[in-house]
Design a protein around this ligand. Structure first.
Ligand code: URA
Length: 224
């Protein structure tokens, strides 16, 4: 079982507001409003904009990244920087254009520290991921995707299992909520850090493509 199962038995104000909405779009927007005002972890202190996520409320595929970077923080939208450009290419090659999927992150605010006078991105910490998880859990509950695709190690650890290893466990299926399946692949930013043609980036792209084919074939078999 993934870390996305609900473990809340107390009355929760998000549920009360979400349940007033009749459409999935309205429910997702209700969650997004809570995210934009969230002060549950220290990441809220430096944010310019929270990034709740965006996309098709009926998506068969939900993509979960690590967290907003500088561009996403500036625009309030997920994957709008260089990693986002590569992600768009990967998704389009697999015939899942952005308009057909939902994209979000394990944390909805930028994780960054001041280093030598500049904010530098860092991986979100476990308590930040835990504080943000109820938003992701609700987004999954509302959309009920068939496949949840985790990008990179922090997303795998935050969604699948804290002991998740991207090198050993990418391309493997895990059980998700509502009959969904979860799979992880390399984060596009990791591929970009490996550099251009002739470098390890080409091998990584090949592996990512294999993972995308697994998703495509699964959805074809499932009739989506
Ligand atoms: N990297 C992520 O993991 N998420 C974003 O939204 C942007 C870059």
């Amino acid at each position: 079982m993934s870390l996305l199962s609900r473990n809340l038995d107390l009355f929760d104000p998000i549920d009360a507001v979400v349940s007033e909405q009749s459409s999935r779009e309205g429910q997702l927007e209700a969650v997004a409003r809570f995210v934009r005002e969230c002060v549950l972890c220290p990441l809220c202190r430096n944010r310019r904009n929270a990034v709740p996520g965006e996309g098709d409320a009926e998506a068969a595929v939900m993509v979960v990244g690590e967290g907003p970077g500088e561009n996403e923080d500036a625009q309030g939208r997920p994957f709008v920087g260089r990693a986002g450009e590569l992600l768009d290419k990967i998704l389009e090659a697999a015939e899942f254009p952005r308009s057909t999927i939902f994209i979000t992150n394990i944390v909805k605010c930028r994780a960054a520290d001041m280093v030598e006078g500049r904010m530098q991105n860092r991986a979100p910490m476990a308590p930040d991921v835990a504080a943000c998880r109820p938003y992701l859990v609700r987004q999954v509950e509302i959309i009920q995707p068939k496949v949840i695709l985790c990008l990179g190690s922090p997303a795998g650890k935050g969604v699948i299992d804290p002991g998740f290893s991207i090198t050993e466990q990418r391309g493997k299926w895990f059980e998700g909520p509502f009959g969904s399946r979860i799979i992880a692949t390399f984060h596009p930013a990791f591929i970009l850090r490996r550099g251009g043609a002739g470098s390890g980036a080409r091998d990584l792209k090949k592996l990512v493509w294999e993972d995308m084919k697994l998703i495509k074939n699964y959805l074809l078999e499932a009739g989506s």
